[in-house]
Design a protein around this ligand. Structure first.
Ligand code: EPS
Length: 390
C-alpha cells in the first residue's frame, strides 16, 4: 500500500490517493471524520482550528460502504481558502494586482523549513515553502491512517496514543488496564494525557508559553496491540518494521527523535536487565515476561504490544523574537510574526497513531495478502494459531 498527499495550507483543499487497500473492507466517511476531529482538538491550538471543521469527501475506491480494491481518493476542503483566494490563486497575476497579493515573505523563521526550502527550489517568496511545509498536511495523513486503523481493527489489532510529556512536565501515572481505557482516558484529557494532575500542569505550561510568545514541544507514545509475531523482516534492512515506523514518526512535522520500549535507557543498563524473558503457555503461546524492547526483536514483531515514542520540538513560529536574516536585504531582523499554535503535541499524538497504523497495515498486507480482506483475515488467523503451537 502507499499514499501520496497534496495540498497547500491555505489552498483550496488537501488531497490524498491511497493505493493498495484490500477489497471488501467496511469503510465510511464517518470513520475518517472521527479521526480528523480528534486531530483538531487539544489545548494549545491557535485560531486556525476555529476556522476549520475538517470533513473528508471520499471520491473513489469505496462503494456502498466497502472498499473496491481500487485507489481511494479523498479530499478535505480548507475553509480558510475563501480568505486566501487571491494570495493563493492558481492563475498568473498581472502587474495591476494589489501589493498585498505580491507581498513576498523574505524573513525565514529559525527552525522552520523556510530557508532551506527556498534555497532548494529557488523561491524568493517563502510562502511557496511554508504553505506546503505546514502541519496542515497531516490532516490527510490522519485520513490515510484512519483507513489503516479500520483495516487493522478488522484483524483484531488496536492502535492508541497518548501524550507523555509537554514542556518538561512528565506524566507520572500512565497505567491503564486495557487499551480501551487508555483511549477513553486520553480522549477525555485536553492534552491527551493519562495523568490528570500532570495534564493540568501541561496546560499551565502551554498557557505560560503562549503568554510569553513562546512555544513548547513534548513526547507522544503510540501503542499497537494484537499484531501477530513475525511481522516485518530480519532478512532485509528495508523491510524491518521498526525502522519503517521510526522513519514514519520522524516524518511528522517537527519530530526529532524516536524510541521503542525503554529506548535510550537501554544504553544505561546491562543486557540481563534489558532483554525480555520468553515464556509459553497453551492459551497464549509465546510471550515475553516484560516488554522493554517495545514489541520488536530483529526488525520483526514479537507478539507483545508495539510501544513507540516520538519527540516533537517546539513549533518554530514564535512571537518572541529570535534573530534571522532577511533574504532580500540581508539585514538582521527579529521575528516574523505569523499566526500559529503554541503547542500541537496533543494533535501530533493523533498523527503519530495514524502513521504507525499505516506502517503496520502495510507490513501486514505485504506479508498476508494484498487483494481481499477475507483472505488476509484467514491468513492472519492461521498465523496466530500456528505460532501458539509452534
Ligand atoms: C501551521 C500554522 C497554523 C496551524 C497549522 C500549522 O496555521 P495558519 O498558518 O493557518 O495559522 O494552525 O496547522 C493546521 C492548519 C492544521 O490543520 O494542523 C504551520 O505553520 O505549520
Amino acid at each position: 500500500m502507499r499514499y501520496l498527499t497534496a495540498g497547500e495550507s491555505h489552498g483550496p483543499q488537501l488531497t490524498t490517493i491511497i493505493e493498495g487497500v484490500p477489497a471488501g473492507l467496511e469503510l465510511t466517511t464517518e470513520d475518517i471524520n472521527i479521526e480528523l476531529a480528534r486531530r483538531q482538538k487539544g489545548h494549545g491550538r491557535g485560531r486556525r482550528m476555529q476556522i476549520e471543521k475538517d470533513q473528508a469527501q471520499i471520491v473513489s475506491g469505496v462503494r456502498h460502504g466497502k472498499t473496491l480494491g481500487s485507489p481511494i481518493a479523498l479530499v478535505v476542503e480548507n475553509n480558510d481558502w475563501k480568505h486566501w483566494t487571491k494570495i493563493m490563486g492558481i492563475e498568473p497575476i498581472t502587474d495591476e494586482e494589489s501589493e498585498e497579493i505580491k507581498r513576498k515573505i523574505t524573513r525565514p523563521r529559525p527552525g522552520h523549513a523556510d530557508l532551506n526550502g527556498a534555497l532548494k527550489y529557488g523561491h524568493r517568496d517563502m510562502r511557496n515553502v511554508l504553505e506546503r511545509s505546514s502541519a496542515r498536511e497531516t490532516t490527510v495523513r490522519v485520513a490515510a491512517g484512519a483507513v489503516a486503523k479500520k483495516f487493522l481493527a478488522s484483524l483484531g489489532i488496536n492502535v492508541a496514543g497518548h501524550v507523555l510529556e509537554i514542556g518538561g512536565v512528565r506524566a507520572k501515572n500512565t497505567t491503564y488496564s486495557s487499551i480501551e481505557e487508555l483511549k477513553t482516558k486520553s480522549e477525555e484529557s485536553p492534552v491527551r494525557c493519562l495523568d490528570e494532575e500532570a495534564g493540568a500542569q501541561m496546560m499551565n505550561a502551554i498557557d505560560e508559553a503562549k503568554k510569553n510568545g513562546d512555544s513548547i514541544g513534548g513526547i507522544v507514545e503510540v501503542i499497537v496491540e494484537g499484531v501477530p509475531a513475525g511481522v516485518g523482516s530480519y532478512v532485509h534492512y528495508d523491510r524491518k518494521l521498526d525502522s519503517k515506523i521510526a522513519a514514519a514518526m520522524v516524518s511528522i512535522n517537527a519530530f526529532k527523535g524516536v524510541e521503542f520500549g525503554i529506548g535510550f535507557d537501554a544504553a544505561r543498563i546491562p543486557g540481563s536487565q534489558v532483554h525480555d524473558e520468553i515464556i509459553w503457555d497453551k492459551e497464549n503461546g509465546y510471550q515475553r515476561r516484560t516488554n522493554n524492547l517495545g514489541g520488536f526483536e530483529g526488525g520483526m514483531t514479537n507478539g507483545m504490544p508495539i510501544v513507540v515514542r516520538g519527540v516533537m520540538k517546539p513549533i518554530p513560529t514564535l512571537y518572541k523574537p529570535l534573530k534571522s536574516v532577511d533574504i532580500e536585504t540581508k539585514e538582521v531582523f527579529e521575528a516574523s510574526i505569523e499566526r500559529s499554535d503554541s503547542c500541537a503535541v496533543p494533535a501530533a499524538s493523533v498523527v503519530a497513531e495514524a502513521v504507525v497504523a499505516w506502517e503496520v497495515a502495510n507490513a501486514i498486507v505485504e506479508q498476508f495478502g494484498q487483494d481481499r480482506i477475507d483472505l488476509i483475515q484467514e491468513n492472519v488467523t492461521k498465523m496466530r494459531e500456528y505460532s501458539r503451537e509452534f
